[in-house]
Every structure is written in C-alpha cells, then in structure tokens.
Ligand binder design. Structure first.
Ligand code: SAM
Length: 252
C-alpha cells in the first residue's frame, strides 16, 4: 500500500475515533477500570481499587503534575494528547505487577511517563526507557516535562525513530515487564512495535497500547498471541501468561 493511501486511511480512522470518543462514557470506563483489569492481572478488583486510591492520595505527584500542566498551558501548548485517566490505568498496572523494567514509545510531555514513574517510585525502584523522535515537543519544553523531578533518575530517554531504536534498546535492557506503545499510530508501525516488543516480554509481562480504539489491531494481536486483554478508556492492556509457554513467533 502506498504511503499517501495509508495516511488517508489513518486520517479517516482518527476522525472516526474522534466521533466515537464523544460517545464514550469515560466516567463508566473509569469506574469499571478495576474490574476490567482484574480479568487480566493477578490481583482482585479490591486490590486494584486500593491502587487507584493510593494514586488519588499521592500528593507529591499531583502537586508537581498540576504545576507542570499549568506551565505548558501558559505557553499556549496543548497537553491533553494523553488523558490522565489512561495514566492512572498504567499506574495501577505497574503497582499490581511491581514492574521494574518498562519500555515506552512516544513521550511528548510525558503524561504516561510521569504516571509510570510515580508507580516505580512507590514500587521502590525500576527504570522506564522511553523513545521519541529527535527534536523535542512543541514550545519551550523538553520531552517529559510532566515528569516530577524526584522520578527523573529512573527515566532514560532515547531520541530516534522507534523503528531504528527499539530493537536494539529491547536487546540491551533485557526482559521487559511492561511495554507501552504511544508513538506513530498508523497500523504498520503499531504492528511493528507490538511484534518487536512481544519477543522481549517477561512471562506474565504486559503489552500496553494507547489509542487502541483506532482499529481492531490490538484486540486481534493479543488474541492471536495468547494474551488476555482488556481496554479501559483509550488504553489496551494485554498480558502474557505467567508460565513460559510463549508463542514461537508473533501473529496478527
Ligand atoms: C501522542 S504523542 C505521545 C503522548 C505521550 N505518550 C504522553 O503520555 O503524553 C506521540 C509521540 O510519538 C512520537 N512519535 C511519532 N512517531 C514516532 C516514531 N516513529 N518513533 C518514535 N516516536 C514517535 C511523537 O514525536 C510524539 O511525541
């Protein structure tokens, strides 16, 4: 398929997603987060709700996050490419699995990064390796501006196209407890990242993806590769079985 045709299909999908988001009941999605995640994670809904509560009570995080959001808004730049509700989902997953090694693509201002790093901080350690294109976000900011200062020692940024950077990064960091896709949402790129990451997930590890409602890819990919999955708001969470019975090669 030619690139202009792919871009046109992507534009149509994005427009359709915009309409679907207006209809989506985010309040209900959020209320059902714990139940949906309990189908996928080795934790009860009550335990997962306790992590939601812990997140609500994380004063050091909320103070820093609100200040940084205000700075970005004052500069006239939008921060809301990722909603905080999706960040909470990642926070809960990272706490429930006590993840140590996380790899993510697509940083921008670092909403997801901030939430994942807050969970690592509460876990007592770990590293988030993040990938974004060279150049930085819009406005006078660096990638990951939303990340609280106290979390920065646990964050490593690689600038480059994920197609080039991701395979080597995944080789270097060893088994990954959680991989999160939030970069280029055109289907060939999403599929590339899912396939590349899947081979490096630890047994019981998580493949997470933002904007899964753009297409059926996430559902199809997780099902074809034996991952239990759920979607909360705009984020998909798929988990490999804890036993090491892994697929030989990924299928979609
Ligand atoms: C939707 S934003 C990410 C939002 C971010 N995850 C957050 O929590 O706020 C998408 C980001 O993906 C990056 N990106 C797009 N294509 C990429 C690629 N091929 N490799 C790496 N990063 C890419 C863009 O530069 C942009 O910063």
């Amino acid at each position: 398929m030619t690139t202009p045709l792919r871009d046109a299909i992507y534009a149509v999908r994005k427009a359709r997603l915009g309409l679907e988001r207006r209809r989506l009941d985010y309040g209900r999605e959020t209320r059902e987060r714990a139940e949906r995640l309990a189908d996928v994670l080795p934790a009860s809904a009550a335990e997962l709700r306790a992590y939601e509560q812990e997140y609500d009570d994380l004063e050091w995080f909320h103070e820093s996050y609100a200040d940084r959001v205000a700075e970005i808004h004052e500069a006239g730049v939008a921060t809301d490419t990722t909603h905080w509700r999706d960040g909470v989902t990642l926070y809960v997953v990272c706490r429930a699995l006590a993840v140590e090694t996380v790899v993510e693509t697509g940083v921008l201002f670092g909403s997801f990064d901030a939430h994942i790093l807050a969970a690592l901080s509460e876990n007592g350690g770990g590293t988030l390796y993040a990938v974004d294109l060279p150049g930085g976000p819009p406005g006078p900011f660096e990638y990951g501006h939303l990340i609280p200062d106290r979390c920065r020692d646990h964050w490593e940024l690689r600038e480059g196209d994920a197609r080039e950077v991701l395979p080597e990064l995944l080789e270097t960091v060893g088994p990954v407890d959680l991989f999160l896709h939030d970069s280029d949402h055109r289907l060939p790129h999403m599929r590339f990242e899912y396939e590349t990451a899947l081979a490096h997930l630890t047994p019981g590890g998580v493949l997470a993806s933002h904007d899964v409602r753009l297409s059926r890819l996430f559902d199809r990919f997780t099902e074809a590769n034996g991952l239990r999955s759920c979607v909360v708001c705009d984020t998909g969470i798929g988990r490999l079985p804890s036993s090491s019975a892994r697929p030989d090669s990924s299928r979609s």
